[in-house]
Design a protein around this ligand. Structure first.
Ligand code: NAI
Length: 268
């Protein structure tokens, strides 16, 4: 990555000439990040296990998107995506790891298989992605953003695996950031930690499905949850994508090992 300062002002083409890979790109935060990075000039590899969704986002973005099927928990998938990516670009400049899942249940009722499933996607997936990205980034620079959660800071009753996986993503990311900082190599690793965001992630949780039934829509369910904590609100995925853009841009060239909480004060 070039160290020349390209400002966010104007917001046109600040990632021109860069290669980026975004996981979880078929939906929600990953899709919003893929769109914004491409809008700013990057060639974006849109990776997700949802092949159809990935294809759709890539078509919407146009020629600067490359759709690819990737299960973040499968090392062979990472190898084949990186083989293609390196032969196309020679190296990777930016990695955004947004693929993730949630599981909601009291700890006492959480099956071991669910615990492991959440850890596999949210933590192992971030480890595998970060390690492959590091191997593909030139020592002249690179930026990695791992998507954690405010739930990694503030305990969420009924989300033990999710919260633990997200707290681990923060410490993992800081550790990698320190390894590169100690060597004076400008490969930066940061996390974004959103509060509630309006995405399909919520539909996988039974309590949210009940709220949708009661209120008649996802929007109604979000409103019901917001009412439980006046002063907070659900964010739009684009609000998180803007923070990701900042962290991968040269404007954040002195920012590494940082957890950027974007939650309107939820964790206070
Ligand atoms: P989403 O459900 O809209 O998108 C998640 C994407 O990850 C989906 O496209 C899904 O197919 C993909 N995915 C799941 N497992 C995968 C696997 N094994 N391999 C490849 N792709 C896989 O959810 P959302 O909200 O956009 O989530 C993105 C990230 O943001 C997740 O890490 C989530 O934990 C985190 N987050 C979300 C919040 C929210 O309120 N929606 C709040 C805080 C963090």
């Amino acid at each position: 990555m070039s160290t020349s300062a390209r400002s966010l002002e104007g917001r046109i083409g600040i990632l021109e000439g860069r290669s980026a890979l975004v996981t979880g790109a078929a939906s929600g935060i990953g899709a919003a990040a893929a769109r914004l990075l491409a809008e700013q000039g990057a060639v974006v590899w849109c990776a997700d296990r949802d092949e159809e969704g990935t294809q759709k986002i890539a078509e919407e973005i146009g020629e600067s998107a490359v759709p690819c099927r990737l299960d973040v928990t499968v090392e062979a998938d990472w190898e084949s995506v990186f083989e293609r990516l390196i032969s196309a670009h020679g190296h990777l400049d930016i990695a955004v790891h947004a693929a993730g899942i949630a599981f909601a249940a009291a700890t006492v009722n959480t099956p071991f298989a669910e615990w492991r499933r959440v850890m596999a996607v949210n933590l192992d997936g971030v480890f595998l992605g970060t390690r492959h990205a590091l191997r593909a980034m030139p020592e002249t620079g690179g930026a990695i953003v791992n998507v954690s959660s405010a739930a990694g800071f503030k305990a969420s009753a009924g989300a033990c695996a999710y919260s633990a996986s997200k707290a681990a993503v923060c410490m993992f990311s800081r550790t990698v950031a320190k390894e590169y900082r100690d060597r004076g190599v400008p490969i930066r690793v940061n996390t974004v930690c959103p509060g509630g965001v309006k995405t399909p992630l919520w539909s996988s949780m039974p309590f949210f499905q009940d709220l949708v039934k009661k209120t008649g829509s996802d929007e109604g369910a979000y409103k019901a949850l917001e009412a439980q904590d006046p002063g907070t609100r659900f964010a739009e995925p684009e609000e998180i994508a803007r923070a990701i853009l900042y962290l991968v841009s040269d404007d954040a060239r002195f920012v590494t090992g940082h957890d950027l909480v974007i939650d309107g004060g939820f964790i206070l």
